[in-house]
Design a protein around this ligand. Structure first.
Ligand code: GDP
Ligand code: MG
Length: 439
């Protein structure tokens, strides 16, 4: 066992602000708080107006001290919050003083990690804290907020319980020395595992798209030169992010711009036109364009209705969905039957068809209306559910009971990992490292 340490960090963002908050958590939080404030009577959940002093007794600032007694605090330990004026120099001096008094500077995410270790949060909730802090759209914040309320655990609890029930039945059979299940028991196991697999698969289907709300998606615009990629980028970003001219080869480098489409944070990536070129700069630009396309969640291949033959030479992985869009619809009179595979028609110039395009993008991701989705999901959660589904599907009721027991154990473990019910130090390190200091 490690001795519990007391950690300290500035909890407000770096920079200048009206107030700044220094947070202390751990067994020494109260004694250190008392020394800095000179107050022995810090009572829980009361705002105390105090003078903050350094170790030599010199005044640092006037401020407010708050004490939260374990376990009724964010971390589940004793927590003291010291509020001073929002000056980085001053806040650093307060932290310095806490360190001189025996506290240690916190790592990123360590307060939330403590909350998790003290069972104040499950792992999905801890991740939701990070998702909430980093949310880029209102919708993403709303979904993270309900994850924080434990929505994923609530969904998974009946599944975990049903798996445990099955394990009890199977383990009993093994204890009785059964090598095969009686036909009645086998039918029961087949039925239970079948319906559980269905439940997990449905959940997976429902959640898969939701991860884009928390993690965002990348949309690469590719096409031949001059088809209007940069114009579309500017139209979607609603600002002049990229230079547009009638000269082919204007965009030479990869440009990125953050926008939101139907509540999903989207990074649009404008690229150099793909065509045969001997210009070395253009060739590097095209190389970067191909790289960007390979890393995208959706590729938007732009074509030009006035030059239907101008198409990009792009080999991107099949797995990345590609939407073909015909631009410059304002230039053609009637709706031209657009070449192979059909495709949407838009005008980056007038904005016609752009709303339909946004809808096509979110539909491509299977996101549709975010309003039906109740919480934010990470790729890790999807992987966990997929693993559980695989093990449930692998259950063969006619196989020896110890094989069935093993699949059930693995399915349960996948769900436990998802909520952090098992100790996986490497995983925890990875998750909490994505936080900011002071959270
Ligand atoms: N009429 C018309 N012209 C467009 C449209 N979109 C782009 N253009 C023009 O096509 C030319 C090339 O546009 P640009 O966005 O730089 O194309 P890129 O090379 O694919 O990035 C410019 O002169 C644009 O004004 C459109 O929807 N309609
Ligand atoms: Mg361009």
């Amino acid at each position: 066992m490690t001795v519990a340490e007391t950690i300290v960090a500035v909890a407000t963002p770096p920079g200048v602000g009206g107030i700044g908050v220094v947070r202390l958590s751990g067994p020494e939080a109260l004694p250190i708080g008392r020394r800095l404030t000179g107050r022995v009577d810090l009572s829980p959940r009361h705002a105390h107006y105090v003078t903050l002093r350094d170790s030599s007794g010199a005044t640092l600032d006037d401020g407010v001290a708050l004490f939260f007694r374990a376990p009724h605090s964010y971390t589940g330990e004793d927590v003291v919050e010291l509020q001073g004026h929002g000056s980085p120099v001053l806040l650093d001096a307060i932290v310095e003083t806490c360190v001189a008094q025996g506290a240690r500077r916190a790592r990123p995410g360590e307060f939330t990690e403590q909350a998790f270790l003290n069972s104040r949060l499950d792992l999905a909730q801890a991740e939701a804290v990070a998702d909430l802090i980093h949310a880029q759209t209102e919708e993403a914040a709303r979904l993270a907020r309900s994850s924080l309320d434990g929505a994923l655990a609530t969904e998974l609890e009946p599944v975990s319980r049903a798996i445990r029930e099955m394990r009890v039945i199977i383990e009993a059979e093994i204890d009785f020395g059964e090598t095969d299940l009686e036909s009645e028991a086998a039918a029961d196991i087949a039925h239970r595992s079948g319906s559980l697999h269905q439940t997990v698969s449905q959940l997976l289907e429902r959640l898969r798209p939701a991860r884009y709300f928390a993690q965002g998606m990348r949309l690469a615009l590719v096409g031949a030169p001059n088809v209007g990629k940069s114009s579309l980028m500017n139209r979607l970003a609603e600002s002049e992010v990229a230079i547009v001219t009638d000269r082919p080869g204007t965009t030479r480098d990869v440009l990125r711009s953050p926008i939101a489409i139907h509540g999903i944070p989207v990074e649009i990536i404008d690229t150099a036109g793909l065509h045969a070129s001997e210009d070395p700069v253009e060739r590097i630009g095209m190389e970067r364009a191909r790289e960007a396309a390979t890393g995208a969640d959706v590729i938007l291949e732009l074509r030009d209705l006035t030059r239907p033959d101008a198409r990009p030479d792009l080999q991107a992985p099949e797995a990345i969905p590609r939407i073909v869009v015909w631009n410059k619809s304002d230039q053609v009179n009637q709706s031209v039957a657009a070449g192979d595979g059909g495709g949407l028609q838009i005008s980056a110039l007038t904005g016609r068809g752009v709303e339909a395009l946004k809808l096509a993008i979110v539909n491509q991701l299977g996101v549709g209306d975010g309003g039906t989705q109740r919480f934010s999901v990470r790729a890790r959660h999807i992987d966990g559910l997929r693993a559980a589904a695989t093990h449930l599907a692998a259950i063969d009721a006619l196989a020896p009971p110890d094989l069935i027991a093993e699949e059930l154990r693995l399915a349960e473990r996948a769900l436990d990992e998802l909520l952090g019910r098992q100790d996986h130090e490497a995983l925890l390190g990875e998750i909490f490292a994505g936080f900011c200091i002071g959270k």
